[in-house]
Design a protein around this ligand. Structure first.
Ligand SMILES: *Cc1c(COP(=O)(O)O)cnc(C)c1O
Length: 359
């Protein structure tokens, strides 16, 4: 059976070698006589997996010692509440940049827990650019400053981090996690759902500076309390065992390829192939501010809705699936996360050229 090139925004492709390894270990994980899905999370054999995944995360991403790496369930969306519950504990104020749907959702959720302010927004132009943050709009005593670093739906990203004047920066990195090296020390907290670039759905990773935890609000659920979860090695209750196992295999894959600088070089190459073609095309057009272009989610449109629909259909028939844009923006979107091979992008561009010539 031929595997398709899956351009889905998430859940998305996983490296084929990871899938093969998981398949080979499915019935009998390392002589345990069981699959990872079936084993106790309190067993020695599973502890090796979860601690191994955590250690590899620290190594591959270069997470400093004064940061905790915590595994949660509930998706990135549950952290939209988890973050204010845990961090909105000083002035009770926070600033949010609205650069797309996910940051807007995070802002609306945080409103339930404190005094949060939208300090910049790009809604006026359908979130097609990263809005500038004016110094005078910042809340000086805010508990944190929130951004969504890569905007999955609109295909934009922060290429530079905003100057927050010393306020801890919180970033949703769901769709750019492990896509390039990151200086974690510049953030108070980064978090992301796994299903875009790290593992299957079910796992959310929170990386948080130690001094920011330990003051969760009184109504915080036990399994959402960062301090309690960190003290219990992310196993206050049953963790998403299988997803953590795949996360470990993905981290091993990244490490064996040469780490995040090698991953970045590949991702830059893939994005360049696609954007260069879009810039030369007479039919397809990338609708975002060029300097804010995402390296992971590339949006494009043809001149008419009819052509968009025709393209998505023809592409799927040719083995390029999930290219339809998000329902809120239309057009197309190619998500080219770590596991998308360069060949997939090259072949997509060939297909787009042929489609353009024929139409
Ligand atoms: C997909 C996504 C989310 C939502 O993730 P869930 O795991 O479905 O809650 C949030 N933020 C960003 C940037 C995303 O790409």
């Amino acid at each position: 059976m031929a595997r398709v090139f899956n351009f889905s925004a998430g859940p998305s492709m996983l490296p084929e070698s990871v899938l093969n390894r998981a398949a080979a270990e499915m019935l009998d994980y390392k002589g345990s006589g069981q699959s990872v899905m079936e084993m106790s999370h309190r067993s020695k054999v599973y502890e090796e997996i979860i601690f191994g995944a955590q250690e590899l995360f620290r190594e591959v991403l270069g997470v400093p010692d004064n940061y905790k790496i915590i595994f949660f369930q509930g998706g990135a969306t549950l952290q939209f509440a988890g973050i204010p519950m845990n961090l909105l504990n000083g002035s009770g104020k926070a600033d949010y940049v609205l650069s797309g749907q996910f940051s807007t959702n995070a802002y609306n959720e945080a409103k339930k827990y404190g005094d949060v302010k939208a300090v910049a927004s790009s809604k006026d132009k359908t979130f097609s650019y990263i809005p500038e943050v004016k110094k005078e709009d910042l809340t000086p005593d805010a508990d944190y400053f929130y951004i969504c670093q890569n905007n999955t739906i609109y295909g934009t990203r922060f290429t530079e981090l905003p100057d927050t004047n010393g306020v801890p920066l919180v970033a949703d990195v769901s769709s750019c996690f492990l896509s390039e090296p990151m200086d974690v020390s510049k953030y108070g907290l980064i978090f992301g759902g796994a299903q875009k670039n790290v593992a299957p759905a079910g796992l959310t990773i929170v990386i948080v500076r130690e001094d920011l935890i330990g003051n969760a609000g009184p109504d915080t659920p036990t399994v959402m309390d960062y301090k309690i979860m960190a003290e219990n090695d992310s196993m206050k209750n049953t963790p998403p065992c299988w997803s953590i196992y795949i996360c470990k295999l993905v981290l091993e894959w990244i490490k064996n390829l040469g780490g995040l600088s090698e991953i970045k070089a590949r991702n830059e190459m893939k994005a360049k192939i696609l954007y260069d073609f879009l810039d030369s095309s007479k039919m397809f057009h990338n609708p975002v501010n060029p300097k804010d272009r995402s390296m992971m989610n590339v949006t494009f449109v043809a001149p008419t809705d009819e052509l968009n629909a025709q393209f998505v259909k023809a592409a799927a028939e040719a083995g390029f699936v999930n290219l339809k844009g998000h329902r809120s923006v239309g057009g197309m979107r190619a998500s080219i996360y770590n596991a998308m091979p360069i060949e997939g992008v090259e072949k997509l561009v060939e297909f787009m050229k042929a489609f353009e010539a024929a139409n």
